[in-house]
Design a protein around this ligand. Structure first.
Ligand SMILES: Cc1cc2nc3c(=O)[nH]c(=O)nc-3n(C[C@H](O)[C@H](O)[C@H](O)COP(=O)(O)OP(=O)(O)OC[C@H]3O[C@@H](n4cnc5c(N)ncnc54)[C@H](O)[C@@H]3O)c2cc1C
Length: 658
């Protein structure tokens, strides 16, 4: 993230964002609700939320030229500078393209109310995230299948991961449309991959882009510490150290899922002629409409507030597909009376205990180091006085620091490898908890950020010197939390004036707000593991300090303030300073009917309600030990195939009866 003196840049980019919003609204097939026109249409599928999964699902379903898809999205276009330019992605946090959620006070984490950024734009959170393309360990998906979800083993899902991917292969000639970008400075030594796990033909561009010299230094330090160099994090194993593959286009623009799958002309590479996709911007969905027919409950549409705050209703010929994300999807089910118990003023339609349960997330803890002046960090490329050069480099040649998504390199490690004494001690005490899916699944990921980063990039370096930060993510949390809803309080940020209706019905149901309680550190094992990860990051810092190109004197939290030999102080630091690293999942968990907390079956149908599926990160049976965007895309790819299959079967079943 562009860190130094961001005020000027931030307000400049906010102004450009506004211009971009206005000029992009009339794009083909997109725009706000046009009652005269839109109320005349009937759609086969209504997708609730045009986010990461929603965009993929819409595009794949509309590959059938007879199909009409309506996408309702609360946000607007993601064709705006803060989203497109990789290095400034953290400027989207707390902006209008962020839902700006916060948690309830976290009693085991210093009673803090913590930020929970989520994308509010076409493309959803893929329009604001860090662009790391990481699928997760193979055994994690085998575990999904073993939990009672046939069809979700690694062997089953790998083709869907590959289907969406358009890998910019550094080994292809640069004249090839998916070859390497020629004008950037190449760092071929770390641009390795295993071709059998990749596809160059899909619409979602994945590439190697910028690499700061200090990111290379981090990789060197890990190797010196005995962490193996991993040829491909998305290959045979995810363990080890290397740089990330990223979803950035050849021209250095973020490859959000909206950009990849819903291009204005509606052409998906590899797809043929296609049906209609209508995206309604500014559609704040209130609830799913359900009815009972011949004793069976079924979904038939949705109710939303349009951009003028008028309540509208739409009906689907085939299915309602909930793609509102790990917070939004359980919210919508609960607001529609589908959940554990009746809520005041909401008719209870169907009892489903798991809705909003099982919230899992990855917490991260940082250690900040002061580097040598010659160390190549964000500060060197993007210092205030070099902003113009950096912008020109980016705009004209597609090179330089602004093409970096900053968290360029990382390691994935297991506790027994970096903290064997801790494992032995916990095992002897009977307190060790193995949550990883197998010996190839990591416990911790340490991301290298070549700048001073604290509190989602809001706390800046105290001076213009070189800094870097190590961030350890707890990949298999034992603590889980909940999503619930409550009537929206008036006078709050984002609250809207009372809605009017389109005459369909009086709106007696109050607008609801999402209550996020991740219950961080409710299981103290999580805090102890993260405390060990601080010791590990300090070890890596000492290695980097030996490197003449790096240096590494810890400045935060500081060895004196939080000594490595004081476990209590380390745990206190972790509880008071850890922040989300943005991977909430599992709040509408997929599982067998025998599991009382399952919300959807293995074809993503909501239990007990026909014609209603959930398709996004909320259905993950367990949080993967990695990043969650590409698994969300894989889920949408697989869902599209299952939906097409189910309707083809039901259509042929009907015609064979005729
Ligand atoms: C700052 C940040 C960095 C991240 N970095 C990475 C990374 O580098 N790599 C990675 O793999 N993952 C990353 N993630 C996580 C990843 O982006 C998400 O897990 C993934 O995008 C989730 O996809 P989804 O489809 O489930 O939800 P989303 O993409 O969030 O889509 C949900 C959509 O539904 C819409 N919606 C919700 N409620 C309503 C409503 N009531 N009415 C209308 N519309 C609604 C939203 O506006 C949104 O468009 C990051 C996340 C953040 C916040």
């Amino acid at each position: 993230m562009f860190a130094p003196r961001p005020g000027l840049l931030k307000s400049g980019l906010a102004g450009l964002n506004k211009v971009a919003y206005l000029t992009n609204l009339p794009e083909e097939g997109k725009g706000t609700w046009n009652h005269a026109k839109d109320s005349q249409e009937l759609y086969d599928y209504i997708i609730l939320g045009g986010g990461s999964a929603g965009c993929v699902l819409a595009a794949r379903l509309a590959e059938d030229p007879k199909v009409k898809v309506l996408v309702l999205e609360a946000g607007y276009t993601d064709d705006i500078p803060t989203s497109k330019m990789p290095a400034v992605y953290l400027l989207t946090v707390d902006s209008p393209t962020d839902w700006q959620f916060v948690t309830t006070p976290q009693v085991h984490a210093g009673n803090r109310v913590m930020k929970q950024p989520r994308g509010k734009a076409l493309g959803g959170t893929s329009a604001m995230n860090a662009m790391i393309y990481h699928r997760g360990p193979a055994s994690d998906f085998d575990e999904w299948a073993n939990l009672g979800n046939p069809g979700w083993s690694y062997k089953d899902v790998l083709p869907y991961f590959k289907k969406s991917e358009g890998f910019n292969d550094p080994d292809l000639p640069s004249s090839h449309p998916r070859g390497p970008q020629t004008s950037r400075v190449r760092k071929p030594v770390y641009e390795t991959h295993d071709p059998k796990y990749h596809n160059t033909e899909g619409p979602w561009q994945v590439s190697y882009h910028h690499l700061f010299g200090s990111s290379e230094g981090f990789i060197r330090a890990n190797i010196a510490e005995g962490i193996p160099l991993n040829k491909d994090f998305n290959g045979d194993t995810t363990l080890g150290v290397n740089r990330f593959q990223t979803f950035i286009q050849r021209d250095a623009v973020r490859s959000s899922l909206a950009r990849a799958f819903l291009k204005p002309k509606g052409v998906v590479p590899g797809g043929g002629p296609r049906g209609i996709i209508r995206v309604v911007y500014g559609a704040n969905i209130q609830r799913i409409l359900t009815q009972t027919r011949k004793g069976a409950k079924m979904a038939y549409g949705a109710e939303f507030l349009d951009d003028k705050n008028v309540l509208r209703r739409v009906a689907a010929r085939r299915e309602v597909l909930v793609c509102s994300g790990a917070f939004g999807s359980p919210h919508l089910l609960l607001a529609s009376g589908i959940g554990p118990s009746p809520l005041p003023s909401i008719p209870h339609i169907h009892a489903l205990r798991g809705v909003g349960a099982n919230l899992a997330d990855h917490l991260g803890i940082g250690v900040v180091f002061r580097a040598r002046d010659r160390c190549h960090t964000v500060q060197q490329d993007l210092a205030y006085r070099r902003v113009l050069t950096s912008l020109l480099n980016y705009g004209v040649r597609g090179v330089g620091g602004l093409t970096s998504q900053i968290g360029e390199s990382a390691n994935f490690v297991r506790l027994e490898d970096f903290a064997p004494d801790f494992v032995a001690r916990e095992k002897a005490n009977g307190t060790y908890q193995e949550r990883a899916s197998g010996p190839d699944s990591p416990h911790i990921e340490v991301i290298f950020a070549p700048f001073y980063v604290r509190k989602h990039g809001t706390v800046m370096a105290p001076d213009g010197k070189m800094y870097y930060t190590l961030l350890a993510l707890l990949l298999n949390p034992c603590s889980t939390g909940t999503i619930t809803i409550q009537p929206k309080k008036t006078g709050k940020k984002n609250s809207s004036k009372s809605p009017t209706t389109d005459g369909a019905r009086n709106n007696t149901i109050p607008e609801m707000e999402t209550v996020i309680n991740p219950n961080y550190f409710s299981d103290s094992f999580d805090a102890r593991v993260m405390a060990e990860s601080v010791k590990f990051m300090r070890k890596l810092g000492r290695r980097m300090n030996e490197d003449p190109e790096m240096g590494g004197r810890e400045v935060f939290p500081g060895e004196k303030q939080v000594p490595s030999d004081d476990d209590k102080a380390l745990e206190k630091y972790v509880r008071e300073a850890a922040e989300t690293y943005y991977h909430p999942t599992s709040t509408c968990r997929m599982g067998p009917a025998s599991d009382p907390l399952s919300v959807v079956d293995s074809r993503l149908n909501v239990y007990g309600i026909d014609r209603l599926r959930v398709v996004d990160a909320s259905v993950m049976p367990k949080i993967p030990a990695g990043h969650t965007c590409s698994p969300s895309v894989m889920i949408a790819e697989k869902a599209a195939d299952m939906i097409k299959q189910d309707w083809a079967e039901s259509t042929s079943a009907v015609s064979s009866k005729l």
